[in-house]
Design a binder for this molecule. Sequence first.
Ligand SMILES: Cc1ncc(COP(=O)(O)O)c(C=O)c1O
Length: 396
Amino acid sequence: MGNIAVAKRLDPIAFAGIRKVFEKANQLEAQGKKVIHFEIGRPDFDTPVHIKEAAKQALDKGLVHYAPNGGIPALREALAQRLKADKNLNYNPDTEIIITAGGQEALYLSFLSILDEGDEVILPDPCFGPFPLAVGLAGGVPVKIGLQPSQNYGYDWEAVKKALSPRTKAIIVNSPHNPTGGVWSEEQLKTVAAFACEHDLWLICDDAYDHLIYAGCRLSPAAFPGMRERTILCGSLSKTYAMTGWRIGYIAAIEPIIGAAIRLQQNIMLSLCTFAQHGAVAGLTGSQDCVRAMAAEFARRRQLVMEMVRQIPGIELDGMPKGAFYVFPRITLPNITSAQVADYLLDKAGVAVVDGLAFGVSGNGHFRLSYAVSYEDCREGLERIATAMKVLAQKQ
Ligand SMILES: Cc1ncc(COP(=O)(O)O)c(C=O)c1O
């Protein structure tokens, strides 16, 4: 092959499975069909008005220039205060917090900051797609561990212990978890913290859904004794404040990590959108009623979804989704793959879900359903799934 080719480094990077579903759903809509979008992993709410107003005011004031590489001081200060108020965590806003382009960039900067070539990172399977990719692009090796649905979708600890090697550098916690909605118990969080301490590992905590917990533990492992020094919090305003398009996330960690991340940021993004950061300050410092109201609506939908999913033939919920806005039912029908079921539901029922395989091999045989659509659409979509699955079950 000549030089005019794409780098081999990109070979493992395919378009996310979700994109295929989304495109097909759009085609069906273009033909005039109503599709229920259970595939999309983002809140359906608008960003609260006071956040938009603050961004508009920043624009009117001419705050349109580069921001500091680490983020505007007011936003880092607001984050430090929120982490204190919500999780009793103490981070110095000047040296221990960096603003990132969403939680996703926070993950990339974190792995680039801690991994040497060949270092291994223990992560869940199924998982948010960028975990293994980000580890790989940073020179690391993703070590995927299956989850136990009956244990809040926690790690299978026997498998974790077997996977441990002299090259293990970090372990990921993502609670609430995408794609299962699992939320770990306090005991499970303490177990992973103790494991990280015992084996001298970094704990990467993906907190993208930390304000969408309907049952289960809200503690941060960073608050446990000895954990502040080895925990890297990767957080986001995307899901909490319905701000996915604003691209505001953060890392909170000890100074050397934030220092490294800022050096990277300076050379990659340079800085984040200045007026978006001013909007984010209003979100963090203003009333949190909007956050509670959105979470309450998700909780109401979750109740409906769980009740309806349990009545549908051919699928089963093995675990209890206690957070985020996902459920991850297992397909119990023989002789059909989850990819075929997802295609069938879109073609025959006009309901878009994501094949569980898109989240890793352990997701095979499942699909992810996101209830980030209106209550009415949740009901209609699940009725459509029920009708379609009855037909499928009878055919088998
Ligand atoms: C587990 C998890 N982490 C991080 C992210 C990144 O979100 P954002 O970059 O919008 O903050 C997502 C988005 O879906 C996610 O599901």
